[in-house]
Design a protein around this ligand. Structure first.
Ligand SMILES: [Zn+2]
Length: 324
């Protein structure tokens, strides 16, 4: 379903079946010479149909169209390969373009086995096939042009500058249009739901990166914040402070959960409060156990990196405890 959200800018609502995110906002910027599509939907028939019916409605010539992927998640990148095959040019952030290339094979998902052990998740028999990101992953791209902070893309009256906003993923980028004060922020800031912040590896502190990217965007002049899911945001500063408050509350909750006993990430996740239909941790679907545990781990690592808690490893599993 296409909606004109700003002059020459459309929002194509792509359904995400059986996914709590419900829909993806795929934005389309049209201009007489070239067009831009921001994010695509999963590599799934329902998404493909919605994406292409929107493009047909606008009569878009894909050989004169660029596709910008805000980040590697499969609901944003799933159909990029199909668009590329039909003549579109694909862009992503420098770091993300490397990660997207690696997403196609099961081999690059092997880390999930190690992480399952690290977080104490192995007892649930969770495999890569339980992960929707793997199941609906993008097909390989022939070429993905890397973009860096400050690079510019022009479409008609609009000049977009690339802004690095790591946190939700290690290499997420946003697109800022200074003259009209528009910002396309991917999953960095969402209106009625909280973006997932998860553990990636020990080289980066996702939550620390996320906080700093939130403060970076808070300082920008933004009139229209075009988010990748749910509603468009007008007052970005209020929403940013709500998101920071949410994570501060989460950190306090985890300190309380740790109590006087050391726990691994999945044990902490099982005791946290989640907005989900499942009655208890045992009933969480496998994929949701992954997401919840990844989120718990990101917060635990932040607490460790800021010197608030300690960690030890026993038989490949990481345990966290309050400072003694
Ligand atoms: Zn995402």
């Amino acid at each position: 379903m296409l909606e004109l959200v700003y002059p020459n800018i459309y929002c194509n609502k792509i359904p995400l079946p059986r996914n709590p995110l419900k829909t993806l906002n795929s934005y389309i910027v049209v201009s007489p010479d070239r067009n831009l599509i921001i994010d695509t939907g999963f590599n799934q028939p329902e998404c493909e149909e919605a994406l292409f019916s929107g493009l047909a409605e606008l009569g878009l010539d894909l050989t004169k169209t660029d596709v910008l992927l805000t980040h590697l998640h499969s609901d944003h990148t799933g159909l990029a390969s199909l668009l590329e095959q039909k003549g579109a040019r694909i862009y992503a952030g420098a770091k993300e373009s490397i990660a997207i290339r690696k997403m196609n094979g099961a081999k690059s998902w092997n880390w999930m086995g190690e992480i399952a052990t690290l977080f104490g998740l192995d007892e649930y028999n969770i495999t890569v096939n339980d992960h929707p990101g793997y199941r609906y992953r993008p097909l390989p791209l022939a070429n993905c042009i890397p973009l860096s902070e400050g690079d510019q893309l022009r479409y008609g009256d609009y000049t977009f500058s690339i802004v690095d906003i790591p946190g939700h993923t290690p290499g997420q980028i946003g697109l800022y249009e200074a003259k009209h004060q528009l910002f396309f922020c991917g999953d960095h800031i969402l209106a009625s739901i909280t973006p997932n912040i998860t553990f990636w590896d020990f080289e980066q502190d996702s939550l620390a990166q996320y906080f700093s990217s939130l403060r970076k965007v808070e300082a920008m002049q933004i009139d229209w914040l075009f988010t990748a899911h749910r509603e468009i945001v007008r007052d970005h500063k209020t929403r940013i402070n709500q998101l920071i408050g949410h994570h501060e509350k989460r950190l306090a909750e985890i300190m309380h959960i740790l109590g006087d006993e050391k726990k691994n990430a999945s044990q902490v996740a099982a005791l946290m409060h989640w907005e989900i239909r499942a009655k208890n941790w045992q009933e969480f679907p496998k994929a949701q156990k992954w997401f919840a545990t990844g989120e718990a781990a990101a917060h635990l690592e932040y607490l460790f990196n800021t010197g608030q808690i300690q960690r030890t490893t026993t038989a490949g599993t990481m345990y966290y405890q309050l400072n003694g």
